[in-house]
Design a protein around this ligand. Sequence first.
Ligand SMILES: [Zn+2]
Length: 95
Amino acid sequence: MSNLIKCECCNADISDESKCCIHCGQPINNEELSFDYLYNGKRLLPIRYSDTLKKIQLLKETGNVEVFDKNYKVKNIICSAHNNTVDVILDDYEE
Ligand SMILES: [Zn+2]
């Protein structure tokens, strides 16, 4: 029997047997995800880096991130189940 769990991305009820959220595409059981940092429509890092679902939680909790010694505010996090990628949309960090 499957249980209902909350999607970490959109908070909808989904089956814990799902591979991804049927509402927003957030991967549920995949440990490794590829992350992209996007600022003004441009990718900040030359290559994608891999991390786990916990990284999304951390980004949401802190609300900001440091890339190349510069601080950015996390504006949005977009998850795609199709290729296990997570786009982290960044904005200027306000002091
Ligand atoms: Zn979802």
